[in-house]
Design a protein around this ligand. Structure first.
Ligand code: NAD
Ligand code: UDP
Ligand code: UDP
Length: 324
């Protein structure tokens, strides 16, 4: 329970990370307002919260101004999976950039603290490994991932200009691949794809040769990082990496999930999407030093919980949520 209950806005609160964050903030005794246009988020993700008198859900697109009264803002609104953010790339950039301007304008009027869900994608296909916050990145500004990468980079720029120009209290987290229950089953991300494929006995689709690496953070660890960053002293603006530094190849992940689900699925290889980063792993030295934060949930445990979630979802209904 936090000392003084706050009114907190979570944009993108009906999504994967947002719904876990809303849950955590409510558990800490706060009033939570979720604003989401349900592009990739689902009301089902909020089912357990809708009866809570401290919780309110608002259908709203952050590309439009929002006038509410809150003490803190977590700005998570933006599709996160490549399949979804490339579906309507113009809208993705608008969401990142216009959404950031509107939420920063709101924070400025209210003198509210504001958190930005940035991403490891600001590093693009990195030439430095592991990635530290001072690495400037290797982003293709005209490729299919640019709507997301450049949108998020511009949002960071806006956050730091509002910080310098308007003295806003900002917190910018660069989130690395995060997984867990409530990931969208059809969002095309590697953890959800492999688990759903394995549970259904379908072919496991590795893109490329499977030697590309990622480092996967369990959702509860990530949410703890968000809350610590928001609660840190005001000179801790970020950008700060949040992620699990345990690196694994996509091929290893596929084998691990097949073994854990005791699946008879075979592994097939598909072309690597354009601009797909070869290596990605956070250096979390800054988060350790300034927030005393590091992930605590090992991959096996987090995957087991995620497999359980998808197992229930697949048993529970023939109806999987649509991809959008
Ligand atoms: P998600 O797709 O589950 O959630 C995003 C939410 O934003 C959805 O509920 C969606 O409906 C909502 N949204 C999209 N456009 C909107 C708009 N214009 N107005 C209002 N709401 C809108 O994705 P997630 O994995 O929960 O990601 C949340 C945030 O974290 C995103 O900003 C994403 O870029 C960032 N992030 C996530 C990861 C990850 O591994 N999950 C990694 C890096 C960064
Ligand atoms: N804005 C908002 N809610 C508010 C205040 C501002 O959505 O409570 C939006 C509004 O659309 C504005 C944007 O935030 O255009 C940026 O606000 P800012 O005050 O920085 O700039 P200006 O109003 O001068 O454009
Ligand atoms: N990937 C894969 N098979 C899939 C989905 C993704 O091999 O069914 C690969 C993808 O090409 C990338 C990695 O897994 O190299 C992580 O992909 P994801 O979309 O989860 O996240 P991101 O690329 O944004 O890190």
């Amino acid at each position: 329970m936090s000392a003084v209950p706050k009114r907190i806005l979570v944009t993108g609160g009906a999504g994967f990370l947002g719904s876990h964050l809303c849950e955590r903030l409510l558990a800490d005794g706060n009033d939570v307002l979720c604003a989401d246009n349900y592009f990739t988020g689902r009301r089902d993700n909020l089912a357990a919260l809708l009866g809570n008198p401290r919780f309110e859900a608002l259908r709203h697109d952050v590309c439009f101004p929002l006038y509410v009264e809150v003490d803190e803002i977590y700005n998570l609104a933006c599709p996160a999976s490549p399949v979804h953010y490339q579906f309507d790339p113009v809208q993705t950039t608008k969401t990142s950039v216009s959404g950031a301007i509107n939420m920063l304008g709101l924070a400025k009027r209210l003198k509210a603290k504001i958190f930005q869900a940035s991403t490891s994608e600001v590093y693009g296909d990195p030439t430095v490994h592991p990635q530290r916050e001072d690495y400037k990145g290797n982003v293709n500004p005209t490729g299919p991932r640019a709507c997301y990468d450049e949108g998020k980079r511009c949002a960071e720029t806006l956050f730091f200009d509002y910080y310098r120009q308007h003295k806003l209290r900002i917190r910018v987290a660069r989130i690395f691949n995060t997984y867990g229950p409530r990931m969208h089953p059809n969002d095309g991300r590697v953890v959800s794809n492999f688990i759903v494929q394995a549970l259904r006995g379908e072919e496991i689709t590795i893109y490329g040769d499977g030697r590309q690496t990622r480092a996967f953070c369990y959702v509860d660890d990530m949410v703890e990082g968000f809350v610590r960053l928001m609660g840190a002293p005001d000179d801790v603006t970020g950008p700060i990496n949040l992620g699990n530094p345990f690196e694994t190849t996509v091929g290893e992940l596929a084998h691990r999930i097949v073994a854990m689900t005791k699946s008879r699925s075979s592994i097939v290889y598909r072309p690597l999407p354009m601009d797909d980063p070869m290596q990605r792993c956070p250096d979390i030295g800054l988060a350790r030093a300034t927030l005393g934060w590091e992930p605590t949930v090992p991959l096996e445990i987090g995957l087991a919980r995620t497999i359980d979630y998808f197992d229930q979802l697949l048993i529970g209904g023939d109806e999987l949520p649509k991809s959008r």
